[in-house]
Design a protein around this ligand. Structure first.
Ligand SMILES: [Zn+2]
Length: 113
């Protein structure tokens, strides 16, 4: 159900933008989705179709730009992108990462009519 609440906020943001722009219809919502967000694009589109019914965003297409995970090593402070499932620090070899990027879900832009 995580996707459903997330999708509702995507819709709210898109509708607010469209209203601000005086648009009558939203054609496309471009999203940025982090690799660590745990969110699946297809589910979001599915829920979006559901929650946008009867709004100016009904029928809008969602696009997803995936951004990779980004970690900072707690031992040496290096920032790095993990190599697949290998989360060890490429600089010092420690396995003490904190995520500094890749959890985000952002509305990057919308296209309106
Ligand atoms: Zn390190």
């Amino acid at each position: 159900m995580h996707e459903l609440s997330v999708t509702q906020s995507i819709l709210d943001i898109a509708l607010a933008h469209a209203q601000g722009a005086g648009a009558s219809r939203i054609l496309k919502v471009n999203l940025v989705i982090g690799e660590l967000s745990g969110l699946v694009g297809e589910y979001i589109q599915f829920y979006f179709d559901f929650v946008s019914k009867g709004t100016p965003a009904e029928g809008a297409e969602l696009t997803f730009r995936r951004v990779p995970a980004r970690f900072r090593c707690l031992d040496c402070g290096a920032e790095y992108e993990p190599d697949g499932d290998d989360w060890t620090c490429p600089v010092c070899g420690a396995l003490r990462p904190i995520a500094v990027g890749g959890k985000e879900l952002l509305v990057e832009s919308i296209e309106v009519e």
